[in-house]
Structures are given as C-alpha cells and as structure tokens.
Design a protein around this ligand. Structure first.
Ligand SMILES: C[S@@+](CC[C@H](N)C(=O)[O-])C[C@H]1O[C@@H](n2cnc3c(N)ncnc32)[C@H](O)[C@@H]1O
Length: 234
C-alpha cells in the first residue's frame, strides 16, 4: 500500500493540502494564498451538499457520521459550552448537543468558520444560534470569551503554524480546566503505522495529552477514528 493511498483514505483532501503546503514552503504562495486555496475548493463543495453532513465535508450516511464524530460528545465529562472551530454547516454543533444530552451532559454550542458563506449557511440552518456563529480565521480571530470545550483540526492552518494554533486556543479560547479537542480524524492503526501518531506529534511540541478516544474506522480496517485533548491549566 503506497503512503499516498493511505493518506487519501485518511483525508480525501490530502493532495490539495499537500500541494498547498509544498507551494507555501517553496514561496509560490503566501499564507493568505494558502487559506484562499483551501476555501476556493471547500466552500463550493460544501455548499453543493444536499444534507448537513455533506455540507460539513462528510461523505457518509447518518450512521457513519455518528460513528466518526460522536467521540467529541463522549469526551465531554460535564455540562458546559462548546466552540466548534471550523463549524461548516453547524451540524456538529447540533449533534454534539444531542449526543451529549443523551448521556445527561448539557452542552451549549457555538461556532466559528473562516468561510463567510459556510457561517451564513450554519446561521440559516440554526437561526436560534445565529448570534453565536462567527466568521474568522482560527489563527488570528479575536476570541470574544472562553469556552469549556473547544474543538479544532490542525489541518486548518499551515503545518508551520500548528503548534501556535494549539497554544493560542489553549490560552485564549479554553476556560481554565476546560478541554481543547483535536480531531476527530482518521489515523492509521498502531499495528501498521510507521509515522508518529497524531498524539505523538502534538506531544513533541511540548503539550501534555490529557486523554484520547479511538474507534475502528467505519469501513476501512487500516484506519481508526481518533480524538485527543489537552486541558487548560486552572
Ligand atoms: C471538515 S469541516 C468540519 C466540520 C465539522 N466541524 C466537523 O468536525 O465535522 C472543516 C471546516 O473548517 C473550516 N476552516 C478551515 N480552516 C479554518 C480556519 N483557519 N479557521 C476557521 N475555520 C476554518 C472550513 O471552512 C470548513 O468549514
């Protein structure tokens, strides 16, 4: 199995991301161009979706979506508010509230997205939360307040900015004692993985991984879903 094919199985946008990363490092684009390139592909693709999952970048059905994403709700151990950094259609916001509620955990969701059209879609879908869905880039957005739980994906910023994104969200977005979730994402299972795991990479930047959840992939036995978190100091 080539490393490219496993990377494509992990993330359908792998080639796009790799090309943008290579162009950034070679100086062919600047960081603004890096974000623009991602948005130029993601925004029309998500807007063309005919259900809230595909409008959040997920190609599976409802069962698959829950299998992949509910790790976020399962990692919530008490009531609190939740900021989804990269909220797209806002579907994870509403699902996390529902899934956590099934376990007796009350969650108030908030959202941020870099793409104004996707934030607008989330506001249209979820008018009751329109005032708490914002437009901004996670790397420089001026955070209005702290949240008990914050989730993001490292791939939302160029690799060279990823440790800074984690530091920034921990310092400015997560309330004392709260959790910063990274993921969920697909990762190669430990038995065959030759690269450092997601958790090992984050730990190598000097962050202490406080916890993680893993679940077999829905349909690809080479992969698992993974979510890990870092706790903000009290
Ligand atoms: C794959 S979707 C995630 C949807 C949902 N939160 C989930 O986990 O299923 C990623 C979203 O992140 C947004 N995004 C990407 N880079 C971002 C950044 N730097 N700041 C804020 N949002 C970003 C994209 O526009 C896209 O809507």
């Amino acid at each position: 199995m080539s490393s490219e094919s496993i990377e494509m199985a992990k993330n359908r946008a792998y080639k796009l991301i790799k090309e943008a990363n290579d162009d950034l490092e070679a100086g062919r684009i600047d960081e603004a161009g890096w974000y623009q390139r991602g948005m130029a592909v993601i925004t029309p693709a998500y807007l063309a979706g005919d259900n809230p999952r595909s409008q959040s970048g997920h190609s599976g059905d409802e069962k698959h979506w829950r299998h992949a994403r509910s790790l976020v709700a399962e990692a919530m151990d008490r009531d609190g508010d939740f900021l989804d950094v990269g909220c797209a259609s806002g579907h994870l916001m509403e699902c996390v509230q529902l899934w956590a509620g099934e376990r007796g955990v009350q969650i108030e969701p908030y959202g941020l997205d870099i793409a104004p059209e996707l934030a607008a879609l989330a506001r249209r879908r979820l008018p009751q939360w329109a005032e708490r869905i914002w437009v901004g880039n996670a790397i420089d957005w001026v955070l209005p307040r702290h949240f008990d739980y914050v989730r993001t994906g490292l791939e939302y910023v160029p690799p060279r900015r990823q440790p800074e994104l984690v530091r920034r969200l921990l310092d400015l977005a997560v309330a004392p004692g709260g959790r910063l979730f990274l993921g969920t994402q697909s990762e190669e299972i430990a038995r065959t993985r030759t690269q450092p795991s997601h958790e090992e990479v984050i730990a190598s930047w000097g962050f202490r991984i406080a916890g993680s959840l893993h679940r077999p992939h829905y349909q690809d036995e080479r992969l698992e879903y993974q979510l890990c978190w870092i706790e903000a100091g009290r």
